[in-house]
Design a protein around this ligand. Structure first.
Ligand code: HEM
Length: 403
């Protein structure tokens, strides 16, 4: 027990207990890398700043991040690191592939994929580790089906390979003690080649999957750089998969670990839906405090003037806990609707394009797992969990349960 307590990966607080900066008017701060910045923490200030066209993102990809080419969040080809016409073009292309009709068509098989993972878990019997037995297989099944990577042939992607690529892409150490440099570079090169070839193949032989839709939309729109398209497909596959797996596991940590009385109530689909929203609202994906922007002109926020050319650190976590908007906090009834729309998926032009997927998978997972296993319980205290560390995510390495 002593050696576990000395391990920094086990003494981190669970993400739902991570302290956030209190909601206050904009004020100067210093980012972890030493960059001076303005910190925005209040709900209405955050909404305003994220929606202000004078606040940009494009030239900031390496400010306040871990930096380096391996940091996926820092890649300038990413949708997230673009602004203005280039961003609107790529974003429009992505959104044309995610039509409400397409999303409605995906819902039944997402539910079926969740149910299949539940059935497999129940059939294998207790005890179990919910990370490899549920939180990873659910998003993996959805990701591979969505991207058309679940068939036979050259596009087939198995879970171990995607996990290895994702670790290299998002790695910052990892529970396994970190990927070795050579393996890391090899994995990234392999992933890049696979995704480039995938895009080329779907251009030649389109299907009904999301990659084909993205390629078709990009080619019809014109002007989308191939590198950005490939990076978008790679990001939707690896980061999309990893973020849902992490969010799901961290949600289970909180409900099973601290709100066991709420667990059986999730058999009610409406309660599961509202609980999913509350958990996504209060539990961040990782330890990063803020999303970073830059002002191109002086802007008035509250009664404060943030000068032009200032780096702005926008804290979604603080805004989501602003007591003026959310007086009841995390410990309230999880079955109640939130009093205001969450900022967990940001706001403005960079609003998360995967939000629909996260909500759907979270809701279906909680509902179906609690229906099948109302007596599910954690067998390791939350304070003793080990963590899988990524550059933008943190999630439990294991989640031992019994029922
Ligand atoms: C719990 C899971 C997730 C959370 C909490 C989350 C949150 C966010 C946030 C906060 C942003 C905007 C950051 C900013 O404004 O600075 C964002 C952007 C984005 N997200 Fe998500 N996300 C999640 C899952 C996903 C998934 C599953 C996908 C894809 C299938 C996805 C795709 C994207 C993309 C492409 C962007 C960039 C959009 C742009 O810059 O225009 N996300 N996400």
């Amino acid at each position: 027990m002593d050696s576990a307590a000395a391990d920094p990966r086990t003494i981190l607080p669970p993400l739902h207990r991570l302290p956030t900066a209190p909601a206050r008017p904009p004020h100067p701060t210093t980012l972890p890398d030493g960059t001076p910045a303005w910190l925005i923490t209040r709900y209405h200030d955050v909404r305003q700043v994220l929606g202000d066209p004078r606040v940009t993102r494009a030239d900031l990809h390496d400010v306040g991040t871990a930096g380096g080419t391996a940091d996926v969040a820092a890649n300038p080809a990413s949708l997230f690191n673009q602004d203005g016409p280039a961003h609107r073009r790529l974003r429009g292309t992505a959104q044309r592939a995610f039509t409400p009709r397409a999303i409605a068509g995906w819902q039944p098989w997402v539910a079926a994929a969740v149910q299949q993972s539940v059935d497999r878990l129940v059939a294998a019997g207790p005890p179990a580790d919910l990370v490899p037995a549920f939180a990873r297989p659910v998003p993996f099944a959805v990701t591979t089906r969505l991207m058309g990577l679940d068939g036979d042939g050259p596009d087939h992607l198995d879970e171990a390979r995607l996990h290895r690529w994702t670790l290299a892409l998002l790695a910052q150490g990892g529970e396994q003690g970190g990927t070795q440099a050579a393996d890391h570079d090899g994995a990234l090169a392999e992933f890049g080649a696979f995704m480039k070839e995938l895009v080329a193949r779907r251009r030649r032989e389109p299907g009904d999957d999301l990659v084909s839709r993205l390629v078709r939309a990009a080619d019809q729109d014109g002007g989308v750089p191939e590198e950005s398209l490939v990076f978008l497909v790679a990001g939707l596959t690896a980061s999309g998969n990893e973020s849902v797996a992490g969010a799901l596991a961290n949600a289970l940590v909180y409900v099973l670990g601290e709100r066991p009385e709420h667990w059986p109530r999730l058999a009610d689909p409406d309660i599961a839906e509202r609980t999913a929203e509350r958990l996504l609202h209060y539990i961040p994906l990782g330890d990063d405090e803020a999303t970073i922007r830059r002002t191109t002109a002086p802007i008035e926020v509250g009664d404060v003037t943030v000068p032009a050319d200032a780096v702005v650190a926008v804290s979604l976590g603080s805004a989501n806990r602003d007591p003026a908007v959310y007086p009841e906090g995390l410990d309230a009834d999880l079955g109640l609707p939130l009093p205001a729309p969450t900022l967990a998926f940001s706001a403005g032009p960079h609003y998360c394009i995967g939000a629909w997927r996260v909500r759907l998978e979270m809701r279906e997972s909680l509902h179906r797992l609690a229906t099948a296993l109302p007596g599910l319980r954690l067998t390791t205290p939350v304070t003793e969990l080990a963590w899988q560390l990524g550059s933008t995510t943190r999630s439990p390495a294991r989640l031992p349960v019994d029922w």
